[in-house]
Design a protein around this ligand. Sequence first.
Ligand code: ZN
Length: 205
Amino acid sequence: MEKPNLEKILTNEKNGLSKQREIISEAVTKILIALGENPEREGLKKTPLRVAKAFEELLDGYSQDIVDLVNDALFEVDYGTGEMVLVQDIPYDSLCEHHMLPFSGVAHVAYIPSNKVIGLSKIPRIVEMYARRLQIQERLCNQVLNTIEEVLSPLGVMVMVEGSHDCAAMRGVKKKNLNMKTLAVSGIFETDLNKKDEFFKMLKQ
Ligand SMILES: [Zn+2]
């Protein structure tokens, strides 16, 4: 079998690609060759470009920012006295920054408003923005909490993220269905154990 000609393949691939796609495609071609594959065979011909496009999509959280995202979806309210708003079971997909393998699960986000609330759809969008970056679950959890803090200045925030990680399921310990839970709390949730309990009770309902 003829050895793949890296130079030639890379030149062919480059035509009309954005710089980012070009760089990622090149890198994937090199990985294929390093693995002993032939990047010119039918099934792999377009793989480098497909991988580049997939990464762009899976990591499009880098091109979003919180100001655009929240836009004007903040509302002044008089809402109860220290009552909780909980958005439960927000699905997310992310890539772990240690292996660039997927992890996914759900996030539960609760806050106790002071005088502002945020449009319901914005909380899943915030989770998604941070999930679609190279992540570790602990940081994802903290970033969602900090963002709710910044945007709403609420009396407290509590975020729980559940995730199962392909890097633990497919390699290393090879344990399927491990569910990792991470928790971040601020404000009243830190000081008032009843509020914390209320969060878990509401989750179960
Ligand atoms: Zn990992």
